[in-house]
Ligand binder design. Structure first.
Ligand code: GTP
Ligand code: MG
Length: 474
């Protein structure tokens, strides 16, 4: 959903990387690809920009591209003029990320924007999510591809407050990001240059002190996994270089680029069974599928299965960004050309999977859910219907049985039989879908085992898969 068209329309100029020449590697066997070639490559991280509408996600993303030299002054001038013509003067930096007409006219991101940039140690893919509540499904799809998140918060008077209120997307995005496997957050307190803020330490501290307990209650270990910093995305302050003491005498921490550079994420196992959820597909000299590798490695010539239809396929070519590569490991965003399957026979939500240990395909599973906010008057009980979002799968589902309620304080199951639950409850239940979906137990593959439930455009619960039927069609 939503990710279908944006890749072409929104792809940004990519910084030239030393390309691996096709011919050079074509003659090598995969196992012979020298290790230095892998190690010379910088590490790669997918960063999703999240936060309430108008917090400055696209502006900050655009500024990053400008500061890293990927957008020249002339283009900026062109955007300044275009933004002015649309009476959106201050949006010109956002135009770097917001590339379609609707987004530029309304000043709101709709599709997840994508761009690449590099720091000293890392290649980054930026995923610029929309903040508006109508586009939460697109945000989910962006966050489900990300390793870390940049949560953008506006410090402007009144704006932090609206984003943080119940129903504000600051809250919803944080909870979704956590469930979708975004393990680390950089919280950027943005618009510090605004005249209502003026780099005020009091305002910054107020925002940090309100956010910390909320982030903690959403499951983040604030000491280990969260870092706060002040910036101005529009002016570009405290981004590539540290803020001048004349502007902000009290900040002694890092700038955004330094913080991004030093984020550590858990090493992923390149030897695990191959799993790549399909986000999109198209025809191009064979069938090409796109997605992020969640586990294992892929090599030209590999035999794999497309699940759940168990279709055997052969890997003809692997592309990472613009480059053809022989081998790619977990965390990479790839395009993979396959033989043995027609494009029509693949949907987003399918998973390119190892043959020896294919991903389970099920129509039912057990999950532990946390109910966030039900629609007014709704009760959560057997028979409840919602839309399930898990990795790239979007499916109607039904709760068929509530099994146990969990005491949120003791984390232990409660004794009494549970027939319905209310907001805030944690409950174990059985969930059914109409057609086969590929999922994993959260404890085995967190990225493929956490999900959200939505009804009428609102996220009503987040959850993790705790059990699969023993005879799943693997
Ligand atoms: P959505 O995509 O709709 O969720 O919004 P967004 O978070 O991408 O916000 P966007 O970058 O479009 O910026 C919204 C408005 O905030 C624009 O008018 C920006 O110029 C303004 N803005 C963003 N960053 C800053 C900043 O650092 N300082 C000031 N003063 N204004 C900013
Ligand atoms: Mg935006």
């Amino acid at each position: 959903m939503g990710m279908t068209d944006e890749v072409d329309t929104k792809s940004q100029p990519v910084q030239a990387e030393p390309k691996v020449k096709d011919k050079e590697v074509a003659d090598m066997d995969c196992a012979e690809v020298p290790d230095e070639m892998e190690s010379q490559k910088k590490r790669h991280l997918n960063v999703v920009f999240i936060g309430h509408v108008d917090a400055g996600k696209s502006t900050t993303g655009g500024q990053i591209l400008f500061l890293s030299g990927q957008v020249d002054d002339r283009t900026i001038q062109k955007y300044e003029k275009e933004a002015k013509d649309k009476s959106r003067e201050s949006w010109y930096m956002a135009y770097i990320m917001d590339t379609n007409e609707e987004e530029r006219v309304k000043g709101k991101t709709v599709e997840v924007g994508r761009a690449q940039f590099e720091t000293e140690t890392t290649r980054f893919t930026i995923l610029d999510a929309p903040g508006h509540k109508s586009y939460v499904p697109n945000m989910i799809s962006g966050a489900s591809q990300a390793d870390i998140g940049v949560l953008v918060i506006s410090a402007r008077k009144g704006e932090f407050e609206t984003g943080y209120e119940r129903g504000g997307q600051t809250r919803e995005h944080v909870q979704l990001a956590k469930t979708l496997g975004v393990s680390k957050l950089l919280v950027v307190v943005n618009k510090m240059d605004d005249h209502t803020v003026n780099w005020s330490k009091e305002r910054y501290d107020e925002i940090e002190s309100k956010m910390v307990p909320f982030l903690r209650s959403s499951g983040y270990n604030v000491k280990k996994d969260v870092q706060f910093l002040p910036i101005s995305g529009l002016v570009g302050t405290n981004m590539k270089t540290r803020v001048d003491k004349n502007i902000c005498p009290w900040w002694n921490g890092p700038c955004l680029f330094e913080a991004l550079d030093s984020v550590e994420i858990p090493v992923r196992d390149p030897k695990g069974p191959y799993r790549m959820p399909v986000i999109d597909k198209f025809k191009d000299m064979g069938t090409v599928v796109m997605g992020k590798v969640e586990s294992g490695s892929i090599c030209e010539g590999d035999s794999l299965l497309v699940m759940p239809n168990k279709a055997p396929v052969k890997v003809l070519a692997v592309y990472c960004d613009e480059d053809k590569v022989r081998r790619a490991g977990p965390g990479e965003n790839l395009r993979v050309r396959l033989s043995g399957i027609e494009e029509e026979d693949i949907s987003s939500g399918f998973v390119l999977s190892s043959v020896v240990k294919p991903i389970p395909a099920v129509t039912e599973f057990t999950a532990q859910l946390q109910i966030l906010e039900l629609l007014e008057n709704a009760i959560f009980t057997a028979g409840y219907k919602a839309v399930l979002h898990i990795h790239s799968v979007v499916e109607e589902c039904e709760i068929v049985e509530l099994l146990q309620q969990i005491d949120p304080k003791t984390k232990k199951p409660m004794k009494k039989k549970v027939l319905f639950v209310k907001n805030g409850a944690v409950v174990v239940c059985r969930i059914q879908v109409n057609s086969l979906i590929c999922i994993e137990k959260f404890s085995d593959f967190p990225q493929l085992g956490r999900f959200t439930l939505r009804t009428e455009g609102k996220t009503i619960a987040v959850g993790k898969v705790t059990d699969l039927p023993s005879r799943s069609s693997a």
